[in-house]
Design a protein around this ligand. Sequence first.
Ligand code: HEM
Length: 481
Amino acid sequence: LWSISTKPSQPYPPGPKGYPIIGNILDFPKDGWQRAFTAWQKDYGDIVYVNLMGTPFIIINSLKIAEDLCNKRAAIYSNRQKSIMMKELMGWGWNVGLMQPGPEHSAIRKIFRQNLGPLNVPVYDPLVMKETERLVKTLHKFEGDPFEAVVHAVGSVVITLGYGESVNKAHGAELTELNHKALDLAIWVMTRLWLVEIFPSMRYIPAWVPGATFKRIGARAEGMSQRIYHWPWEEARLRYEQGSDDPCIALEHMKLGEELGTAKKAVAVMYGAGVDTTTAVTLNFLYAMMLHPQAQKKIQAEIDQFTGGDRLLSGADRSDLPYADAAWKESIRWHAPVPLGTPRCTSQSDVYDGMYIPKDAMLWLNVALMLRDPRTFESPEVFQPERWLESHNPLVSELPDIQNIAFGFGTRICPGRYLAERAGFAFTMSLLAAYDIVPTGGAPVPDWRDAVWVENLDSRPLDFKCAFVPRSHLAAHLLEH
Ligand code: HEM
């Protein structure tokens, strides 16, 4: 009776048929969600509905629909999932990425706008360049997976920016390890279905009850998430009280003595939200370079002509390097660093194009598909920086802004996007200024059609290895000084 009386008058969006009660549980992929969602687009179209034991999932496969819902109807489509597992049991409630819109979310976004907005981010160039130089030196004649070196560079920028250089020096390595352990667990939890989300009263089951593994996972995660939240802030506060003047976002707010709780939440989320993502975008670019030596050569020629080949590149140089700028954009388009964005949730029911979207539906934005959509990009599977240059593509002004897709939409768009792009550009272009990026052991360049990436919330090349072969005196010169 309940099901008949609550049946909407409009149809749900199309999707796999499913079964009574369990819905589409049997159709739903255990992993590789982005690939499965993309395959469903062929069968069901740009908006797909699946029901997982009462939890509705809406999958958006087109940029126009994503913009219509997340930008034009932001009041309905800007919530996050009310995850009992993540927020209550695992202690991530302080994480702005999981908060519902409201005064606290807006106050934290304001802190990000002030500190990570496009006008302020260039202020951090000296810090970014210090880490760029260290990265270039670390990778001198290196052969293998550059992941560790890149994570270290991005992590140092983010921790120093948030808590100051002395906290990074003293605790950076430990903080990095803690964040990675906590995030690995959080991502594992977020990409699985938990019965406690469907039957919320299960959260009161004591942890010792056989089968209550979710409670034991929650307790383990809570210890880590609370330590990420409190410990580095307390370290920064200690230094502030001892009279340190180590510039960072935490210290600025301590000096002002206001919004401390809000600033603490803003700074605490920066590592988790910013490091793996910025590392992914940097590695994806290096991978694209290894697979496309012609594009690599063109960037290097442009850099050499601009700098004379004797200095590193910063974000400030981007406007003077049109081909490098185009290649950077193209690498984000070619492989989305966060292929499914961060899922949203509807705050109320809605009707879109005659289709019924229920309240509390989870909205998955298939960003990777939007960036390779043949309706928007010609030959989307081909890595082609020229598509972003007016000299080669007279229709360039009709292409969408890559930032407004890869970094999300509307009021929840990534607040770290300017920092991520500025640091990523400096790292990658400086590496190209110093090195040729080639396969290890003199192997031939693999066919780009065989490129594979890790399928996770953020996505980087799978089993990536390359060699950094000095191509100028730049790296040797840096190592001497
Ligand atoms: C290439 C690097 C990055 C990518 C691809 C990326 C991507 C994203 C995406 C797709 C979202 C979800 C947006 C939405 O729901 O529409 C997001 C949210 C977020 N990002 Fe980033 N991000 C990156 C780097 C960073 C950095 C460096 C920081 C901070 C230092 C950061 C902080 C955040 C925060 C706090 C949120 C949550 C915003 C909210 O829910 O209101 N991100 N990011």
